[in-house]
Design a protein. Structure first.
Length: 340
């Protein structure tokens, strides 16, 4: 495709709970959103069903290329089985089924580095200013939603390289007496407990229920619908002053800070560390920066180093779709290198 002016790009952010679709048109060197929609995945049996719903509702006549940002490991660039949903995606099948010439997959958190340049200052909430670095730099991304995702971006000589990881499924390492209690409460028969088990929407529920059983405060919330947003109910209870809910949210924020600090030490993101996904922005009314930063900085001799790293919460829920569109543009442009 020599001339990409006017191309129509389908993008999607396929998570464990929701699928968010958006169509962009590239015109006059800018991306323009044409239409978008959000679907609850439990209402559909596979990716084709939800794509059919979107394409019918959007009345899209022709799609030049599509990129799906998916919550799971992408294998050999063309296949993914979602981690927290029993869906499989194959680019060749999707291309043939929907008559789209080019279809590609990206890990959802790996799509974010491509979209970060489209964000305005109002799309970011600063938890720590740190020291900004231009030129060659490393940037880390954490996505907290139905699951826990992580990616790494390397900017070198004006070029961007993105590395996807599954670090959210590494073993959880307790950093306090409370975290040790939480781990001991759930660990049975030496089964592994991952970081995602506590750092996700369901992780908030795990922390709340364990702290209730451990006697931190009385567990008052009752749920009749297993598909209700339990994390949101806990958050709302915390805003209303419920003692156990408040303690659980604070514990979650401290664990998140501790994990983010570990990531910062592992990757030294001089360009910043960004928190994305649906959970953290919703917790901002309850999120005290000092609670997060206490866990972030509590790293023996590295406190001064960690204080230099900028930390932001991404408020724009469309950043992965923007990233998917930008990734497509780089694939379609002939012999060009984008400077970042």
């Amino acid at each position: 495709m020599k001339d990409i002016e006017g191309v129509c790009l389908l993008t999607a952010d396929i998570g464990g709970t929701h699928s968010r679709f958006e169509i962009f048109k590239y015109k006059e060197q800018a991306l323009t959103s044409i239409t978008s929609a959000v679907y609850h995945n439990h209402a559909f049996h596979d990716i084709d069903a939800v794509m059919a719903a979107f394409l019918q509702e959007s009345q899209a006549r022709h799609i030049d290329a599509a990129c799906l940002a998916v919550a799971g490991p992408v294998q050999q660039s063309h296949y993914c089985r979602l981690t927290n949903l029993n869906w499989e995606l194959n680019t060749e099948q999707l291309s043939q089924r929907w008559h789209i010439p080019r279809v590609c997959l990206l890990n959802d958190i790996a799509a974010i580095p491509y979209g970060i340049k489209y964000l305005a200052k109002s799309d970011l909430h600063c938890l720590q200013q740190g020291s900004s670095v231009d030129g060659d730099r490393v940037v880390s991304f954490l996505g907290v939603g139905t699951g826990l995702g992580q990616s790494l971006a390397i900017y070198r000589h004006g070029e961007l390289t993105v590395l996807s990881t599954e670090a959210g499924h590494a073993d959880f390492a307790p950093g306090s007496a409370l975290q040790q209690q939480l781990l001991s409460f759930y660990r049975q028969d030496s089964q592994p407990i991952s970081n995602e088990f506590f750092l996700s929407g369901q992780g908030i529920v795990h922390i709340y229920q364990a702290m209730g059983r451990l006697g931190f405060a009385t567990e008052r919330l009752q749920w009749s619908d297993e598909r209700s947003d339990l994390a949101r109910e806990i958050s709302q209870a915390a805003q209303q002053g419920d003692p156990l809910a408040s303690q659980a949210i604070n514990a979650f924020i401290h664990i998140l800070g501790s994990y983010a600090g570990n990531v910062a030490l592992q990757t030294l993101p001089t360009g910043g560390l960004y928190l994305a996904g649906g959970v953290v922005p919703k917790l901002l009314p309850l999120m005290k920066a000092e609670t997060f930063l206490q866990g972030f900085h509590h790293k023996a001799a590295m406190q001064e180093l960690l204080a230099t790293i900028p930390v932001y919460v991404i408020l724009n829920s469309g950043v992965a779709r923007l990233g998917a569109a930008d990734y497509l543009l780089q694939q379609l442009k002939p012999n060009t290198t984008t400077a970042y």
